[in-house]
Design a protein around this ligand. Structure first.
Ligand SMILES: [Cu+2]
Length: 112
C-alpha cells in the first residue's frame, strides 16, 4: 500500500473500537430478556473464573440485571445490550433477577 493509504487504514483501525466499545467476544456467555423473562433462565458457568456475560434486552423498556450474591447490578436500556463482567464465583447456585420485573424475570447460574 502507498504511505497515505496505509496511514488511512491504520487510522480507521484505531478509530473502529471506540465506536463499538465494549466489544463482545464470541465465547462470552449470553442471556436474552424478552417479555420480561430471561432465556436461558438456567446458565452453567465455570467456578472460580473471571467471566463476562452479554445481556441482550429485547424489550422496549429498561431492565436491571441483578444478582446480589454475585455482586452484579447493571441497568440495560430497552432494545440494547451490555457486557457484564463478574466473578470469580465459588461453586453453587446463584439466583439472578430483572429487578424492574421481579415477578417474571428470574434465573439461576450454576457454578461448577
Ligand atoms: Cu438493583
Amino acid at each position: 500500500m502507498r504511505p497515505f493509504a496505509t496511514a488511512l487504514a491504520v487510522a480507521v483501525l484505531l478509530a473502529a473500537p471506540c465506536a463499538y466499545a465494549p466489544t463482545f467476544a464470541a465465547d462470552d456467555l449470553t442471556v436474552t430478556i424478552k417479555d420480561h423473562k430471561f432465556t436461558p433462565s438456567e446458565i452453567r458457568i465455570p467456578a472460580n473464573k473471571r467471566l463476562s456475560i452479554v445481556v441482550i434486552n429485547n424489550d422496549p423498556t429498561p431492565e436491571e440485571f441483578e444478582s446480589l450474591p454475585m455482586k452484579i447490578e447493571k441497568v440495560i436500556p430497552g432494545n440494547s445490550k451490555a457486557l457484564v463482567r463478574f466473578g470469580p464465583i465459588a461453586p453453587g447456585r446463584y439466583e439472578f433477577i430483572g429487578e424492574f420485573n421481579q415477578a417474571t424475570a428470574k434465573g439461576v447460574m450454576i457454578a461448577e
